[in-house]
Design a protein. Structure first.
Length: 399
């Protein structure tokens, strides 16, 4: 109990060992932190991955492991103002960090071809020191896991860490459009509040794949007016059938209708969405340890998605659901959230140092072997005829 109270007080104070300092530095972003004060700044080198510019962050101290960090949906890609401090924090934790750009993600689109860039980045990591890992945020978790399931890429990786991952693109669309989601095995819909405007961002990202340019411009203006609470009916009437199908999907409020709405989309958009659904067949070759971190209050991807991935990957996954955490911002967490996030940070650093968090946690969760029941009374070591209460000198010598 004393150790538990000490641990709680350390976490509450923003401490908690190396993992606590790393998480506090991530929370601080570019601002001051204990980790920044204790470590030299990382060095940035400009490199290429698959012929495209990439950033390589080198620790100021001897590195212990190598890591590819994949950005989420952002037009700024590897230079996103939230991603750069994260890469620097990981480098201060003695990871060599390689950050490529994902072409589809920079277009705010979804495409499984980004898995090719993820695989190329893993192959471009320096040879040593330490194990190699792949970390992905939000959308990038799909390409990351698809790449890691490839035999050649998976053989190079010891672990994959994700934040806000997904298993089913249909489930994500269902959540964004209707606020409905389910945990694995559930048949009844849970209800929540997705981030306002996220479904329109999804619509506009996929509008880029529509064959009619006029639809793209109309949908952009429709989204703007809808978000402002205005009327867009006149614009909606001018959409082609393909544009109308995409708008109908985004405005559906009945979760059981989403599947048929997706089936009404143009074939190219359907194929793009389906290609990023992580089926058991697509992950059949997955071998690294998956460290899955998900916010319980995520307004973009519901936590049931990482739970579904964990169930699918079985002993090769460890799931951390963080109370109070939204999609990617760790600021303002309560005590339970900090404790849960600290456990995830400890798993990441253990993987850096060559441990396998999946095997460790599986061993901890395994029931201990039952003790064999003793049969009959324990045999006495005293000589026959020696009383138990007050043995004689002869009996004491015999003992």
């Amino acid at each position: 109990m004393r150790r538990l109270l000490l641990a709680l007080s350390l976490v509450a104070a923003g401490c908690g060992g190396e993992a606590g300092r790393l998480l506090s530095d991530i929370e601080a972003g570019p601002g001051p932190s204990a980790l920044k004060a204790a470590t030299p700044p990382p060095t940035l080198r400009h490199v290429t991955v698959a012929g495209q510019p990439a950033d390589l962050w080198l620790p100021g101290e001897a590195p212990r492991a190598r890591l590819v960090l994949l950005p989420g949906l952002s037009e700024d890609g590897r230079r996103d103002t939230r991603l750069v401090p994260l890469a620097q924090s990981l480098a201060r934790a003695r990871f060599i960090v390689l950050v490529p750009d994902l072409p589809a993600a920079r277009r705010l689109a979804a495409d499984s071809a980004d898995a090719d860039i993820a695989a190329a980045a893993v192959a471009a990591l320096p040879e040593g020191p330490g194990p190699a890992g792949l970390a992905a945020i939000s959308y990038a978790a799909g390409p990351a896991l698809l790449a890691a399931a490839r035999t050649d890429t998976g053989a190079r990786l010891a672990f994959v860490a994700t934040l806000g991952a997904y298993q089913s693109t249909e489930a994500v669309v269902t959540w964004l459009a209707t606020g409905a989601w389910r945990m694995p095995g559930e048949t009844t819909w849970r209800r929540g509040e997705p981030q306002r405007g996220a479904v329109w961002a999804f619509l506009l990202a996929n509008a880029e794949s529509l064959p009619d340019r006029g639809d793209r411009a109309l949908l952009a203006e429709i989204a703007r007016r809808r978000l402002a609470g205005g009327d867009a009916s006149a614009l909606e009437a001018r959409l082609t059938p393909s544009g109308t199908a995409l708008l109908t999907l985004a405005t559906t409020r009945e979760p059981d209708a989403i599947s048929s709405r997706i089936n009404a989309l143009p074939p190219g958009i359907q194929a793009s969405l389906e290609s990023l659904t992580l089926t058991p067949e697509r992950l059949a070759g997955f071998a690294p340890c998956a460290i899955l971190v998900h916010g319980a209050a995520d307004p973009i991807v519901p936590p049931g998605e990482s739970a579904r991935l964990a169930a699918m990957l079985g002993p090769r996954a460890v799931l951390h659901v963080i109370p109070g955490l939204d999609h990617i911002d760790p600021r303002g967490l309560g005590l339970s959230g900090r404790l849960a996030l600290l456990a995830a940070g400890e798993d990441l650093l253990a993987a850096r140092d060559g441990s396998d968090p999946c095997r460790v946690r599986q061993a901890r969760a395994a029931p201990s072997a039952p003790r064999r029941a003793r049969r009959g009374p324990r045999p006495s070591a005293r000589r026959p005829g020696c009383p138990v209460a007050a043995p004689s000198a002869r009996c004491r010598r015999a003992r």
